[in-house]
Design a protein around this ligand. Structure first.
Ligand SMILES: [Zn+2]
Length: 464
């Protein structure tokens, strides 16, 4: 797996598979590490982060709260083409830009209807649609996308371009023998690592917004640390976080955020760190600085960002039954319909209505653990008895079925059949970095971890 692949989610799989023109991944990675270290050194020399990492002063210039270190990774442009680079360049710049007709695809449009409107004969449409694998994508054009057409003076199609997404252009042109040839130009997005931080005054989302951090990154941050920190319950005023992630650009325009490369979270005075690591087999995940997995076998909470409305206790006043009863689980108040996730990999042992639980799901995890989800509004599709579920998979939706005064999830965690407090039970952990990869892990995560350390140091200096 190449370093730059990190920023492409699964929908980019097709793109990153074409890698004929890439330099070796180790060379690229080394280059990147050296740059990171240079950048880190630069920060120290310039005292750059001294202002950037100070806890956000209210009303201060918001740009001071995040430092942006832009440098190009100098990624090669990906060319997957039947033509060579120079021909490709010619193909796209062959004609005067003004001569191009640009059609924005509307709902209901097909290649045939667009060509027909442009006066291009149906025979040409067939010729192009059936040309090869590349032009198959023209069957799936979507409203809002653009098709560029270049016609000659006899209204014959000389060349066309279709831009299915920002990272790709399909180009088709007429050859001298009147046949057509196609090429796909793949554009690699430029990745610029950014350092951002937030100090929580009211909520994680607000702190992130203040620090100019997108919701996507916040959700990812919550996913990474969600094993150790219950974001519904544990967040305190004064908690802070730092995050290093890539922003992805094309031609100087930001397209989206990339993956989090490293992050830390100080919760209630306790520091948690995570770094992304891809092992030599290409498997990537988040680990702490010692190579311990950030994942546990269980999520601490099956509902994201919900409020704990009732805790585990041996005795409590039951609002519906109007009598004292023990509460063998935790209640998470959330809007009706909020997704409920399986807290760990396991097998569904019960789906249905069960007394006071109302609509409930029971999941068996390995031999020892059972989790229970009650008062559901409904079940997710495919959730049936005997079915295996993955951790984090949506299994149902918050409701108020059974004995419930309002919409909430009743969640139980049982170990060997004994009810345990889901908020405090010690959770079994996922596998660490394999011992034979320890050296590789250290080499490949050092730069990111140094960045986090740098943040810590500057923060300590600024607050002492
Ligand atoms: Zn309950």
């Amino acid at each position: 797996m190449n370093f730059q692949d990190l920023d492409f989610k699964s929908d980019r799989a097709a793109l990153v598979r074409h890698q004929q023109v890439y330099p070796s991944s180790s060379g690229l990675r080394m280059k990147f590490l050296i740059k990171l270290l240079l950048v880190a050194t630069a920060i120290i020399l310039l005292g750059f982060s001294a202002s950037s990492w100070q806890p956000a002063a209210k009303g201060a210039d918001s740009t001071r709260k995040s430092s942006r270190l832009h440098y190009s990774l100098e990624l090669p442009e990906l060319i997957d083409s039947i033509l060579d680079d120079s021909e490709a360049a010619q193909a796209l710049s062959a004609a005067d830009d003004n001569a191009w007709e640009i059609v924005t695809i509307k709902s209901g449009d097909t290649l045939a209807s667009i060509f027909s409107s442009a006066g291009i004969p149906a025979a040409t449409t067939h010729q192009i649609a059936g040309l090869n694998e590349h032009t198959k994508s023209l069957r799936y054009i979507k409203p809002g996308q653009k098709i560029h057409l270049l016609l000659d003076d006899q209204n014959r199609l000389r060349q066309m371009k279709y831009v299915p997404d920002i990272t790709k252009t399909l180009s088709v042109r007429r050859n001298e023998d009147q046949s057509f040839s196609s090429q796909i130009l793949n554009y690699q997005l430029d990745a610029f690592p950014v350092f951002r931080e937030g100090v929580i005054e009211t909520s994680l989302f607000e702190a992130a917004a203040e620090g100019n951090i997108s919701e996507t990154i916040v959700m990812e941050l919550a996913n990474i640390f969600g094993w150790d920190i219950d974001f519904s319950l544990d967040i305190r005023r004064g908690d802070r976080f730092g995050v290093v992630y890539n922003e992805l650009y094309k031609d100087g325009v930001k397209i989206r955020d990339g993956r989090i490369l490293a992050a830390e979270f100080v919760n209630n005075g306790r520091l948690y760190k995570a770094v992304y690591y891809t092992d030599p087999k290409g498997d990537g995940d988040y680990f702490d600085e010692f190579g311990k997995s950030m994942r546990k076998a269980f999520l601490r909470s099956p509902v994201k960002f919900a409020r704990v409305s009732s805790r585990f206790s041996n005795k409590r006043w039951h609002p519906v039954l109007s009598k004292w009863r023990s509460h063998k689980g935790v209640d998470y108040a959330a809007a009706r319909g909020t997704p409920v996730r399986a807290s760990g990999d396991g097998k569904i042992t019960f789906v249905g209505t069960k007394g006071g639980y109302g609509r409930a799901i029971f999941i068996q995890h390995g031999g020892r653990y059972t989790t229970v989800y009650g008062h559901l509004n409904g079940y997710a599709r495919g959730v049936v008895r005997g079915k295996r579920v993955k951790q984090g998979q949506i299994i149902g939706y918050v409701g108020s079925s059974g004995l419930a005064s309002g919409p909430h999830l009743h969640y139980e965690f049982r170990v060997n059949g004994v009810h345990r407090n889901p908020l405090t039970v010690s959770l079994p952990e996922a596998k660490p970095v394999h011992p034979s990869y320890q050296e590789h892990f250290k080499r490949n995560t050092r730069a990111y971890l140094s960045m986090l350390e740098l943040m810590d140091t500057t923060l300590a200096e600024n607050t002492s």
